[in-house]
Write a protein that binds this ligand. Sequence first.
Ligand code: ZN
Ligand code: ZN
Length: 134
Amino acid sequence: MTIITGGCFCKAIQYRIKTGISMAVNCHCNVCRKAGGGAFSSHVVVRERRFEIVSGEESLSPFHLGESVTKHFCRHCGSPIFNSNKRYPGHRMVAVGTLDDPTVVTPTANTHCDSQLNWVVLDEQMQNFPQDYS
Ligand SMILES: [Zn+2]
Ligand SMILES: [Zn+2]
């Protein structure tokens, strides 16, 4: 079985994903921008049961970004590890930048393109949604 590994910047938190990546998505919403600090966020969507914290679980801190979304980050170095979303129960949106090899996934969709920064160029071959999926 393919195992994908990752962790935070300071290495306190290490995780692994037992394949089964549903998809990878870029989100251009204002919440992701503020919470992540980049022009947009990139997440891989994985089933909760396929995601395992190998070490540093005690360093993982939650921050509620709103009614349904919780960001889980390293309380030492601040790296965002994953988001959970009550609208997508049983899934974790793992921050692509924390994968040990981020090149193993390629986002296929952009969401909340209505809010994208005007210097971000979207790939027309991808699925580009004005807001959320639909
Ligand atoms: Zn850390
Ligand atoms: Zn977003």
